[in-house]
Unconditional design. Structure first.
Length: 140
């Protein structure tokens, strides 16, 4: 069995910033030598998430942000903000809805994604952040 752990790092702008990780992730998986297995990804922090989507301006810059605003509005009342006197209660809720991790298959040394499917990091916090994504690749 082969097991490799690596990290990806990204500087984000916050406020629903979506970052395409696909190419760097595919290169990372390929560099491990695993041809069949799993890639497990986890982003540090409770205000960011990982998912797959079509990384294009309409979906990313408008539709996802609009959907998140309907689900967890910025101007709603959040107990988190009342407790800690900050402004990112909606960020925590949004990140929890999408989730901090992904488990993806590795087939023939690559993650098999659809033509219009990319792996992305979404930073829901209210300020720029340095984000670390842990990637563990395990193969047989």
């Amino acid at each position: 069995m082969i097991a490799e752990h690596r990290t990806l790092e990204r500087r984000t702008r916050g406020n629903d910033h979506v970052v395409d990780l696909t190419h760097e992730l595919q290169d990372l998986v390929s560099s491990t030598g695993v041809t069949t297995g799993q890639a497990a990804l986890l982003v540090h922090g409770s205000t960011a998430a990982l998912t797959t989507l079509e990384f294009e301006p309409g979906l990313v810059q408008h539709d996802v942000a609009a959907a998140m605003e309907r689900l967890a509005p910025r101007n709603a009342r959040y107990e988190h903000e009342q407790t800690w006197h900050d402004d990112n209660g909606h960020s925590h809720v949004r990140a929890a809805l999408v989730g901090p991790s992904l488990s993806l298959p590795v087939v023939e040394g690559r993650i098999p994604l659809g033509t219009w499917q990319q792996v992305v990091l979404v930073d829901f916090d209210t300020r720029p952040r340095n984000r670390v994504i842990h990637v563990s690749v395990v193969g047989v």
